[in-house]
Design a binder for this molecule. Structure first.
Ligand SMILES: [Zn+2]
Ligand SMILES: [Zn+2]
Length: 335
């Protein structure tokens, strides 16, 4: 989750976010992902032997990925989008504090002012930290699910899935409509939770933060977050894949294979998918081709114009023609 950026710094936003660990794109999280990638390389080298292993730099930064039009538009889209979104975030990121204040005012008027409350206790902070993350993660999972299942919204989420190669910057390949809806809803959910917690437990119920963000979120970003958008396959044991989303599970989410469609929509936790029947926990290495898995793969989405405007055109066309097709429109019928 990103935080507020002042209007005066809008054009610096793409660079500031690289330097500030309050943002998921920060160099710190990229570096921690790099450390895990290096460890993965060592494991591959030990298993295959020196002669069989691709040289480190070529393995880490494959030219066919870096030179791919999908990756190149990702880099440009990142800078344009961050500047554009910084302007929006400057207004949008007041949502959580506003929702918190509104919730406190509402419960105060419904149930009267809070009682004497409890003695401040460190446990309240732990509870607030954990509960806020659970609510945030559920809100993000639910939004992601809705963006897959509602055809009108899928037209916007397609921007993220149109990537045909994955680099960490692909995480930022999001249409502004989706980013804003995500931020507003997640901000509102977190604000309401926080408001209720403060009413019930008192002012001691504050999140534990590091780098100005919730400490669990920071640890999640540090734990190889960026490898989910990369070619580096890191798979947790199957039991753990029911609790935490690993890089391999999100790579599955981007696969063109029909059996992988609409699976693993979780951000931090996998149990929402488990409960909804949308969990896919790979038991071994799977070969994955990234993209939409439709006729639109192969260049349709590799320009800034397409990434910004195609979703508007397709969703309006859908409304105009009342097209009731499924979210993806495969050339091959389902078996
Ligand atoms: Zn998705
Ligand atoms: Zn993704």
């Amino acid at each position: 989750m990103d935080k507020e950026t002042g209007f005066s710094n809008i054009f610096l936003a793409p660079f500031q976010q690289l330097l500030d660990p309050a943002y998921r794109m920060s160099i710190l999280y990229l570096a921690s992902s790099l450390v895990v990638a290096l460890a993965a390389y060592m494991v591959i080298k030990l298993r295959k032997g020196e002669a069989e292993t691709v040289p480190l730099l070529r393995w880490l930064l494959p030219l066919e990925v870096l030179r791919h039009p999908s990756a190149q538009v990702d880099f440009v889209f990142y800078f344009v989008n961050k500047i554009l979104l910084a302007a929006i975030y400057a207004s949008v990121f007041v949502t959580a504090p506003l929702a918190q204040k509104a919730t406190l005012a509402l419960v105060n008027s419904l149930f009267g002012p809070p009682g004497a409350g409890f003695e401040p206790h460190f446990g309240f902070s732990i509870l607030a930290t954990a509960l806020t993350i659970l609510v945030l993660d559920f809100a993000l999972w639910f939004l992601h699910y809705v963006f897959h299942k509602v055809p009108f919204l899928w037209d916007y989420h397609k921007v993220h899935h149109s990537a045909e190669v994955m680099t960490p910057i692909t995480a930022a390949r999001m249409h502004p409509v989706e980013e804003v809806l995500d931020s507003l809803t997640a901000g509102a959910c977190v604000g309401v939770t926080y408001g209720v917690l403060q009413y019930v437990l008192g002012p001691a119920a504050i999140q534990i933060k590091i780098f100005d963000i919730n400490i669990i979120l920071a640890v999640f970003f540090l734990a190889a977050f960026h490898l989910r958008h990369s070619h580096v396959w890191i798979r947790y044991p199957v039991w753990l894949q029911h609790i935490l989303v690993c890089p391999a599970q999100h790579q599955i989410h981007h696969s063109i294979d029909r059996k992988h469609w609409d699976k693993n929509m979780g951000f931090i936790f996998a149990f929402w998918d488990w409960a909804a029947g949308t969990l896919y926990a790979p038991k071994g290495k799977e070969e994955i081709t990234y993209g939409l898995g439709t006729d639109e793969d192969g260049g349709t989405w590799h320009s800034l114009r397409a990434l910004y405007f195609l979703p508007f055109r397709q969703s309006l066309e859908r409304l105009r023609t009342r097209k009731k097709t499924e979210t993806r429109n495969p050339s091959e019928p389902a078996e």
